[in-house]
Design a protein around this ligand. Sequence first.
Ligand code: ADP
Length: 192
Amino acid sequence: MTNLVLFGPPGAGKGTQADILKEKYQLIHISTGDVFRNNIKNKTELGLNAKSYMDKGQLVPDEVTIKMLNAEVDKNEGAKGFIFDGFPRTAAQADALAELLKLKNTEVTAMIALEVDDEILVDRLLERGKTSGRKDDADESVIRNRIKVYYNETAVLKEYYKKQDKYYGVDGVGSIEEITQRLSAVIDKLQA
Ligand code: ADP
């Protein structure tokens, strides 16, 4: 299996690239943000629970997120691999992911990080907020809080995967096609 953690701060372009890469490599794309938003739309208990955190730009508690992720993986028995987008975001989530994949006799193949400067991120997210309908993109203070949470809680995962020799950084500034090419170059090498 090829199990990729697509990594990077909010607005780095993970969702855009995951949509392209899942087709190209026939992988299942799991975006925790999308799963939460679907649950909010459908007014499920999980959605109601997650909404208050998301609206403030905070992380949904690990316990809730991990349980949800496990269920999403289990829905896709027989998959060739996964693109995890927005997960893991904490060390506890990374440990849980390792455990889950181990039970399936597989592991994280690589973390591929999209590297983009903060000021570009804020501009991109404000722009996205004009059309996405996402409350957390409409307010600059919420955007800045998400970026802060990323540095405080999520960025440590770079070291986590570096230690395992699984970290690959990719320049996330350029056209969508250029960035797809950079990511594909890494994935092709992993699969070679
Ligand atoms: P972005 O990467 O642009 O911030 P996402 O759609 O990935 O957007 O996530 C939106 C929100 O969903 C996050 O700010 C957070 O509240 C919640 N969320 C998504 N993934 C996780 C996760 N792995 N752990 C905790 N909260 C999460």
